[in-house]
Design a binder for this molecule. Sequence first.
Ligand code: ADP
Length: 530
Amino acid sequence: MRNPPGVSASDFSAALKEFESAVGRDFVFSSEEDIDLYRDAYSPLWHEDAEPVPSAAVAPENVEQVQAVLKIANRYKVPLWTISTGRNLGYGGSAPLLSGSVVLDLKRMNRVLEVNDKNHYALVEPGVSYFDLYRYIQERDLKVWIDPPDPGWGSPIGNSLERGGGYTPMRDHFASVCGMEIVLANGDVVRTGMGALPTAKTWQQYKYGFGPYVDGIFSQSNFGVVTKMGVWLLPQPEAYLSGTVMVPKHDDLFPMVEVFAYLMNSGIVQATTLVSSPLWFAPPDAELTALRGNGTTQQLEDYAARKNIPYWSVSLPFYGPAKVIAAQWAHAKQRFSAVIPGVAFRDGASYRFPLSADQLAKIVDTVPFGIPSLQTFSIMRPNGLGHLGFSPIIPMTGEAVLESQRVFEQVYRDLGSPGGPAAAFPVFSFFPRSFVNIYLFPIEHDVEKNRKNREIYRRLIKESAARGWGEYRTHTTFMSDIMDTYSFNNHALRRLNETVKDALDPNGILAAGKNGIWPKSLRKTEMKKA
Ligand code: ADP
């Protein structure tokens, strides 16, 4: 048996015994077989000594049991790593950042406490997955949509705390959180927002309550264990339509993104889409393959014109009353036409809700329609282990799109990817007001390749930071590296986080190292490592 760092074998066995009396023998896992299930199947440290492996897992059933586990962990200084459903694949899965941590697995706390289809919200426990919540809503025929990420087997609590994104107008998941219950490291149970009123009637309707708005400090952090969360839902929209905007010239990107930003920031387009270059997604003939390698912009424009392929395109998704969204699409067309000569438009899918079984069967990925799916796994490469995302937030400008493509093109070469450089990486609008790039780094069954890829990843973090781009989320392996780049005023933000950490969790029992926040006892060693 592996002990958590700094905990003696005898203390650890005593702690495990006490965990057993707190949650039941069947819900403390310490056999190799069980522990293996909590490893990160997509670790960039795959099969290396440094791969973090938990020492055990403990699965409480309710808030009182969470409190009991935290009390025991404090007594023996056992480091814990909290997960909801542990499907945070590409970012560490269910594995801890600090090897030897005990996974605090909240999957048994899986009750949907409320779904309200008049004020459109849900109140859930951590073990409720998007599939569970969707099923609950369907079984009761409630007219509300959830906003699943791809893939849908994670949980609203885990994904929102990680500030994940989806596709519908509720796509910014943390922005859709309304009211939490949190067990602090000392066992105190706090309800945020209106939930602090013992007689609360609007816990899931008004976020801020009274006084400092503290919800944010429990996201991407290790300050508490979230045991309940309110999540805003979308009233089932009447209709959906999508329209594609296509522009012929390279430099049309600039006005195209400007109009796009206007539409987004005005609330005319409210959902996730991507800006990309069809020239780089079209199946290439010999000429295009050569041009992609070393063609000039003019040559690519000429080729695009001859073959009737747009240089750039963006699809606009609209959700709402059929008449309103038709008018929004018409307005968008006017805006683009006014500033881009040669812009063309294509009407895309159009639906009324609910979808018929026939329509559903034909839709490849149902996630943009509030239906969780695992379709995203079809992007897995056949001979690799998986991927992890490199995801910087960049400005919503054509200049930033081009610059990020140049940076990624270099990475593509550095990774030795076959098929030549791919200058066009799409940018996504998962969050309002900015773009996010998502570069999928391969995870290999090959220690040397992973080592080299980690170097490239770390170089990319630095290059991005030098350009003013920061990652919105990352794999546990790189959390300290990325927090290092958020360094304004001699790392004032990290110092603030550490002050809060020391006040709330003096024994450092919760999620050591999460997002670069280390407990006092481990801070010096970890800083040196970074
Ligand atoms: P999902 O449920 O979407 O699969 P995870 O359970 O893998 O997400 O959680 C993702 C990350 O979010 C975890 O690694 C952990 O850092 C944090 N987290 C998840 N659930 C909680 C929680 N209930 N309280 C505090 N932090 C949490």
